[in-house]
Structure formats: C-alpha cells, structure tokens
Design a protein around this ligand. Structure first.
Ligand code: GAP
Length: 543
C-alpha cells in the first residue's frame, strides 16, 4: 500500500534518520529540516543522478557552481527586487496574515487576474479571513520573498545583499565566461546545483516548501527560432529522468501553465507535477525564458550598470545574436521527497488478532471524541477537524489502515491529547508485529546499496568473511555496510525499511565453497552467488 498521508513519510523519515526537524533541542524552527545520515545519502544520490544525466551523459552541457551572494544589481536587473513578491493581507479581527491570492482562489474558485482584482474583492467584502471568517481585511500588499543581509562591517543600505532566491541568475551572469572558456557553439547549456532561499509566507508539507532549499537548474541557450523544439526536447527528457529512476508514470503529469500564471520572463512554461500524498503539486518547472535574462544583464539603455554584452556571434549569419533560454528548474528536496513517497510501501504481513484490533479501534474512537470536545481556544478548528477525520477514517478501516495510524503517531497535535499515548502504544506494538515497510528506491538512489550479515555473530569465521566482503564492496565503490545486531529476518526488515536493494548473508556453506546468499528487496527472492562476482554483479544492477 503506498503512503496515503505525508505523516507516514515524516514518521519514517524521523524514525530511520532521513530527515529531522531542525534545531529541535531549542524547540525547532518552523518548516526547517535537517537531512540525517540516510537522508543526506539519498539526496546526494538524487543530485548525483541528475548531474550524471544532464551533464556527464550529454555533449552539449557544462557545469557551474556560482556564489550564493551576488552583487545586488543582479537582483535589480533580473526583476526580483521589484517583482519577486507575494500579495499579503491582514485580518483586523484575528491578526492572521494570509496570502491574498490563495484566499481569492479558494473562495472564488479561480486565480485572480492581479492585485487590483484582489483588492476590489476585499473592498466589496467578498473575501473572508480563512482563520476566523471576518471580512474586516486590509488591502493586499506585496511582500518581497528575498532574504536580505548585509556584506561587511557596516550594516547600511549600501551593504545590502540578498541570499539568492534561485540559482539561475548565477548562470546568466556567467554566460560569457562559459562561452569563452569552453569555446561552445549554440545550442549548449549550463547546469548548476545549489541552495536557494525564499522567505515563503506559507511553507509546509514537510520538505515540499521550505525557506531554504536546493535547486537543480539548467539554462539551455539556443538560437531564437529553435527555442520551441528545444523546449519540447527538455520537457520529454526531464519527464523520462524521473521515470527512469523509478517514479511511476501514473504519478507524474505535465501541466501547461495558463497565460495568467506565467512569470514575467516566460513565453511558455510546463510544470512537471507529482501526485504527492497531499495532491498533485509542482516538482519541476520547464520554462522558455526567451532572451529576457541575457538582455536584462547586458549593457544598454535599460541597464547602464552592466559592463557586458551577453550575446553570441553567429558564424552563419555573421552577426551577434542574443540567445533564447530554456530553463528546466527542479528542486532537489522536492525530487527527494517524491522519490521517497513513490518508493514507500507498507503492508500487513499477518492479520492482528480480532480482540487486539477491537481494543485499538475503541481507543482511536475515544481519541476522536476527546479531540472533538477540545476547547477551540486550545486547538484550532482546522486541526480538530483534521484529527477527528483521520481518527474516524482509520478507526473504521482497521486493521488495513494500521500503516496510516503508524504514520499519524508522530503528529505533534495528536500528541497533545492524553488518550493518544494509549493509541500510540497499542499501534506501535501491533505495527512491529504485523507490518512490513519497504522503500522500493531505485538502486542508484538507495542510501545503502548492500548490507552484509553473518548468519551467526558469535562464529568468528562467518564474521570475518562477512566483514571482508563488505570491505571488497566498499573498495569497488559501492555503499556497503556490515550488521550483526539481530536475527537475519529482523536485519532484512530493517534494511527493507530504508530501501537497501540487496542483502548478503554469509553462512556455513560460504565457508566451504565461497558462495553467499544475495537477497533482493523487491522480490524477496534469494540466490547463491560467488564472492568473486559480487562487486561486478551489483555494480551492473545499480547501473
Ligand atoms: N529559476 C526558476 C525558478 O526558480 P521556481 O518554479 O520558482 O522556478 C523551481 O522553482 C523549482 O524549485 C520548483 O519546481 C521546486 O521544485 C523548487 N522550489 C521552489 N520553491 C521552493 C521551496 N520554497 N521549497 C522547496 N523547493 C522549492
């Protein structure tokens, strides 16, 4: 059963060391996350797979790693200082500050055409505060999303710099450097992976929307007139990349942005969307940015500050042209989350006894009643509704919904209700005995490729051979670990839960003939293989 709620993914991520809430010892920082030992491996593998496909396996691409801090003028001429903003309004009754365009879309059933339309609706009292329902709302105002900082010892206006809100601009201002040093001819592209920062008004959904995140961006430069074909080529290539790395095709779709949604620089944009547990949401945007950026950063009547002309000498036409740009822009965190969600599979391996299920169902129902009675001052109506709905759905579906209940176990709001402790205790015990969680990650993405176990940890010859095999696999460049901290069945289950595609067990036959058992995570099939062939075979499977 795939994950039906994001809580299941959050719970596994915390429990098994993929992602932790940031600075938790001081109570955390809203919507900020740290990648743990397995998470950093997974995310690095996602970034490595992207780099390999878009840089190393192509002849028309180069890489770049530009600075996060750039001259403020970059953001003036890119348009970000003036336009990179969300419309916010304040509720005078409850002091909430919601995003005005989201409220408009939710309450009117369509996107607004712009600020004037939002403000007309506010003035006509057609919009309500989503928190308290009041129509006493202020006008919507733009709120710039860039994080400001200062460079140097004097924190005045002349020292202002921004943490970059996208990596793309670092590529545009380096266009001339890459062109000249690498002697490139059009079409060619530049790829970059790096941190970006946005002071998002409504971050959330785990690592889906955060204020600090990583982008994997390509700027692909083409002759004007060849842009539309190149755009389609990248839409197809980027879709295929996700599918090749295991995302199910039915969970991925291409969505053409409407004219009113297009960024100020875009001629066309297609979003790749993934069916996350919270619904279809953007994974990557692939835009045709035309010649907007290279022109914007070139010296001219509109830009007296630049010292460069970011253009290309076309030998065929014997004249300078300004290339068009196709931009496939992906989020490393979002891609990692999508791969986690798609790989997640939890199922009941044995049915729990009826009396155990009945007891758990009773506790879940009493939890729902307890939430329902909660004073609105201590729990937001929206939180109450969410928890009661989840409890009713889970209670009615037990034991089939046990995986979903286990996911809910880490919900901070559920933890505030006293009876939850009992629910949690019963659910965790039952989950341990009756469910199998597997991450069916592509072997190239899995944090650990292979785990090696001795059949018995108190048999020195088995331990020595298992450790020796692990070392050989590490030397061959595979991420291999050794483990002897439990019975083999338990060790398999632990590795399944973190997505390790292969497990090797060294037994007494291994000592006689040098073969070992290789167990496949997805089929659970086991076959004997010669020690000498392990590294090559596994490398081939990883690809
Ligand atoms: N240079 C174009 C650009 O930045 P974008 O659609 O704003 O376009 C591209 O961002 C991708 O970056 C998104 O598709 C998403 O994967 C990722 N992204 C954007 N904002 C994010 C956020 N607040 N948290 C996590 N990822 C984000």
């Amino acid at each position: 059963m795939p994950a039906s709620s994001l809580e299941q993914i959050v719970s596994l991520a915390k429990r098994r060391g993929f992602v932790f809430p940031s600075s938790a010892v001081y109570g955390g920082l809203a919507s900020t996350w740290d990648y743990g030992p397995l998470g950093v491996e997974l995310k690095n593998n996602v970034k490595r797979a992207w780099w390999r496909t878009v840089v190393h396996e192509r002849d028309d691409m180069e890489g770049l790693d530009a600075a996060i801090l750039m001259n403020r003028l970059v953001w003036k001429y890119s348009g970000h200082e003036a336009t990179f903003a969300d419309p916010m309004m304040d509720c005078r009754a409850c002091k909430a500050r919601p995003r005005a365009d989201h409220v408009f879309a939710a309450q009117k059933g369509r996107d607004p055409k712009g600020m004037p339309e939002i403000n007309a609706a506010i003035a006509a009292k057609e919009l309500k505060c989503p928190k308290c329902g009041s129509t006493d709302l202020t006008e919507a105002r733009p709120f710039n999303l860039m994080f400001k900082t200062t460079v140097g010892p004097v924190a005045d206006e002349s020292a202002v710099a921004y943490l970059r809100p996208e990596t793309a601009q670092g590529i545009f201002v380096n266009f001339g450097n890459v062109l000249d040093t690498m002697r490139r001819k059009l079409p060619f592209g530049v790829a970059q992976i790096g941190k970006a920062f946005r002071n998002e008004i409504t971050p959330g959904n785990f690592t889906f929307r955060t204020r600090e995140f990583e982008q994997m961006e390509i700027e692909y430069f083409v002759k004007p007139g060849e842009d539309e074909a190149a755009h389609q080529m990248w839409i197809d290539a980027r879709t295929q990349w996700y599918v090749d790395l295991g995302l199910r095709r039915e969970n991925l779709r291409q969505r053409e942005q409407g004219k009113e949604e297009l960024a100020h620089y875009a001629k066309r944009c297609v979003d790749l969307e993934y069916r996350f547990p919270m619904g279809w949401s953007e994974l990557e945007g692939i835009a045709n940015r035309t010649d907007f950026d290279l022109l914007a950063h070139s010296r001219g009547p509109e830009n007296p500050d630049s010292i460069a002309e970011l253009r290309y000498f076309d030998q065929e036409q014997k004249k300078h042209i300004v290339p068009y740009v196709i931009e496939p822009s992906a989020g490393a965190d979002r891609a990692t989350l999508a791969f986690l969600c798609d790989a997640y599979d939890e199922s009941l391996v044995t049915e729990p006894a009826a009396e155990e299920t009945a007891k758990l169902r009773e506790q879940v129902a009493s939890f729902a009643r307890s939430v329902d009675k909660r004073d609105p001052k201590t729990m937001e109506p929206e939180t109450k509704r969410r928890l009661v709905e989840a409890a009713e759905r889970i209670g009615a579906g037990l034991p089939g919904t046990l995986p979903e209940l286990l996911g809910l176990c880490d919900d901070a709001d559920a933890n505030k209700i006293e009876v939850w402790k009992k629910v949690r205790g019963l659910a965790e015990k039952m989950g341990e005995e009756h469910t199998r969680t597997v991450l069916h990650l592509h072997p190239r993405l899995a944090p650990i490729t292979v785990a090696v176990f001795p059949l018995k940890k108190n048999e020195p010859r088995l331990v020595e051979m298992a450790r020796g095999i692990k070392k050989e696999l590490q030397t061959a460049g595979l991420r291999a670990v050794y483990d002897d901290t439990g019975a083999i069945g338990k060790l398999y289950r632990r590795q399944d839960e973190i997505g390790t595609p292969f497990c090797i067990t060294v037994d007494f036959k291994s000592l006689e003939d040098g073969t070992v058992t290789v167990r496949d995570r997805d089929t659970m099939g086991q076959e004997r293989a010669a020690r000498a062939e392990l590294a090559v075979n596994l490398r081939n499977k990883v690809g």
